[in-house]
Design a protein around this ligand. Sequence first.
Ligand code: BV8
Ligand code: ZN
Length: 277
Amino acid sequence: MFKRPLSDYNEFQKVLNQAQNIVALTGAGVSAESGIPVFRGPGGLWRTHRATDLATPQAFKANPALVWEFYHYRREVAFNSQPNKAHIALAKYEKICQEQGRKFSVITQNVDGLHKRAGSKNVLELHGCLQQVICTKCKIIEMNVNNPICEALRGRGFGIIDPSKKDQDLPIIQVKELPKCSKCQALVRPYIVWFGENLDPDVLDNARELVETCDLCLVIGTSSVVYPAAMFAPTVAERGKPVAEFNLSEDPFDEEFSFHFSGPCGTTLPKALGIDL
Ligand code: BV8
Ligand code: ZN
């Protein structure tokens, strides 16, 4: 008979209070209650495209304007969203750990920037962020939170289009109208790791170091299908360290996880961390 992961908050808090080096690994589900659509399931569509088909270098090469419309939409949604109770609980718990000389880190797959806006300091953004762009030519990376990022994208962000209208009904945006590098005027792209692209080696090394040294891992709001992030929590469990999963799903992603709290993490996470919001 499988030992089912516990969903006992008191048991979890005994483990939490002993932990000296905690890692919180988050995915799109931690931002769902801020109104940011998740990747898989109903939110995974943008107009008639699957988000995962647009988040690739091939899509950007083939149709930079369409990919920029998709990221303009994602920027608009993210910049107009607020951190929710799950983000805030993580930021508050990091402060508590700091005061107690304990280590607390967030490794996020999300690109919306909400952990930092909630006040989390120790954040690794595995897949980049919507607030930065990188030049396709001179490779400089710049913060750019202008919305719209260029005049041609104004009003083009709407995500849900009525099925009768297709992309081609909209005037085509020429590449020369797309966002430019402030240094060399070449086309810039979102500073995001797309499917088929390598993660920043330093970010990946730091993440792996945390996964190899932590004594507790919280895995929050992720379907754990995207690599290498999908391997982090199972690796902690294989080290014999406790993993606590917070997800809407009833069933744990991995039977080796010690705890599984099902429900919206805006509710389950503050309760588990003992943070009253
Ligand atoms: C790479 C930026 C080397 C884009 C993203 C090994 C095996 C198989 C495939 C591969 C492999 N290695 C590499 C691959 C290919 C690929 C991959 O993993 N593909 C998958 C689809 C099989 N990986 C890569 O390409 C990575 N690069 O490994 O480089 C390499 C290079 C070439 C060839 C091989 C190897 C780069 C991956 C990065 C892609 N970029 N994001 C953008 O955001 O626009 S990934 C994107 O999807 C997100 O960032 C996130 O990381 C990812 C997964 O999404 P989730 O966060 O999990 O969200 P999802 O919607 O799936 O699930 C939401 C969850 O929340 C659900 O479980 C739901 O129940 C829960 N939930 C919802 N609401 C709530 C909630 N839980 C609690 N409370 C709620 N309220
Ligand atoms: Zn440049």
